[in-house]
Design a protein around this ligand. Structure first.
Ligand SMILES: Nc1ncnc2c1ncn2[C@@H]1O[C@H](COP(=O)(O)OP(=O)(O)OP(=O)(O)O)[C@@H](O)[C@H]1O
Ligand SMILES: [Mg+2]
Length: 404
């Protein structure tokens, strides 16, 4: 990242003006659009064009490069659900805008909360060791939820909260202002995830009617452009949540994201969350569908909303600090130990601390029995399953030993 002061011919006043408008690095200026920089009060069109040109020149952006020299430094963070990670091509990606849309209670805010924690995890546990900017237009941010998710992933809740930079937003121009400000946070506070929950709600309320549609789309376009630039400059992930409208087509209805073509084109990944189609109305099972992605097949998967965020099953395992010593029937224990089962056949769910979800995750790593668990390397397992620390795996191995 290069400082604005390194651009040829720039002065202190111009640096200040650019910074006030959310452009605080040479890269950010080089990626800006001439017209939007020209419109900064006090800068002037000629100066804006000259500075952008000089920045692009200095960064080698005025030459073509061969495809073999293109940098692809995409990183992933876990969503909390291994299935959702899978259909996203490995997790939530950096450097791109991801739009998640769906009806109310479909899990958008839950995903926003989960990512705000997982982005802080160490890299080998599916995080980016980074901070978050959380732009909250609906007043649905919950500290309590964050604390529970932090505990689930074995992180210190107060430390996690101290790395979430939250802004409650009251109007669309406030939203635009804070999006610009997010750039400084990426530069100075190691922010690698920007959440906008939700992107359209204020604009939808403020710009009502077809007469103001063009104005609304132009405001939206500026926000998306700024976010795209920030995502690319800082290799930052961006989650945009969005609502849907229901379109009636004769007898049938379909749900469509709001924001029109501008948003549809700006979002690199579009994911739809669904609540419908499950047997019980109060089920916390949800469906995610990849609607549009440059290099992902149109897959779908199921995930769950839990009290500690998005997960693969409806019960997440919280690392137990003051775990009860006995949480199974004494009779069962007696039966099992008297049978002296072969450890290669004892199922993992008999081990204290291993629920169905963890057993499935372990099984996908080829660890299918107590015997497999006892011979596996805790570091290795923990690095491949999000939410599991080496310490927790050691505890499981200790419990497993009592079964054989
Ligand atoms: N502690 C919890 N345990 C289990 N489920 C919960 C918990 N808290 C919330 N939920 C469930 O999460 C769902 C709400 O999810 P979320 O807030 O992520 O939806 P959303 O898609 O953001 O909706 P909206 O469009 O209204 O913002 C509700 O169905 C609720 O029952
Ligand atoms: Mg929400």
């Amino acid at each position: 990242m290069s400082d604005l002061s390194q651009i040829k011919g720039i002065n202190a006043r111009q640096i200040k003006l650019l910074q006030e408008n959310g452009i605080s690095t040479a890269e950010a200026l080089a990626m800006s659009n001439g017209e939007s920089v020209s419109s900064i009060d006090g800068l002037g069109e000629k100066t804006a064009k000259k500075l952008i040109w000089n920045a692009r020149n200095a960064l080698g952006m005025t030459d073509f490069v061969t495809a073999s020299d293109i940098d692809e430094n995409v990183e992933f963070m876990t969503t909390g659900s291994s299935e959702l990670n899978r259909i996203l091509g490995g997790g939530f990606q950096t450097g791109k805008l991801t739009e998640v849309y769906g009806p109310f209670k479909s899990g958008k805010t839950n995903l926003a909360h989960t990512l705000s924690v997982t982005v802080q995890l160490p890299k080998k546990r599916g995080g980016l060791e980074s901070a978050v900017v959380y732009i909250d237009t609906e007043n649905t941010f919950s500290k309590e939820k964050i604390k529970r998710i932090a505990k689930r992933f074995g992180l210190n809740p107060s430390e996690v909260l101290s790395k979430i930079y939250h802004a409650r937003i009251y109007s669309s121009d406030h939203q635009a202002q804070m999006i610009m400000k997010a750039e400084t946070m990426c530069k100075t506070r190691n922010v690698r995830l920007i959440v906008v929950d939700s992107l359209m709600s204020l604009m939808r309320a403020e710009y009502v009617g077809i007469g103001v549609l063009a104005k609304r789309q132009s405001v939206l376009n500026n926000m998306l452009h700024a976010l795209s630039r920030i995502a690319e400059t800082y290799n930052c992930a961006v989650l945009l949540t969005n609502q849907v409208t229901v379109k009636m087509m004769g007898m049938f209805s379909s749900e469509d994201a709001i924001g029109g073509n501008i948003l549809a084109h700006a979002a690199h990944f579009r994911v739809m969350f669904k609540t419908k189609g499950f047997s019980s109305n109060n089920s916390l099972k949800r469906r995610a569908i990849i609607v549009d992605a440059p290099d992902l097949p149109p897959e779908e998967c199921e995930f769950f909303i839990t009290s500690a965020g998005i997960a693969d099953t409806d019960k997440v395992e919280m690392p137990s600090v003051d775990a009860p010593v006995l949480d199974f029937e004494v009779e069962t224990l007696y039966e099992e130990s008297s049978k002296q089962e072969d450890s290669s056949r004892v199922s993992l769910t008999n081990v204290k601390g291993i629920g169905k979800g963890t057993a499935n995750n372990l099984s996908s790593l080829g660890i299918k029995s107590v015997d497999d668990l006892l011979t596996a390397d805790p570091e290795d397992i923990a690095s491949q399953i999000s939410g599991l620390s080496p310490k927790k795996v050691l505890e499981m191995q200790e419990s497993a030993k009592t079964l054989v």
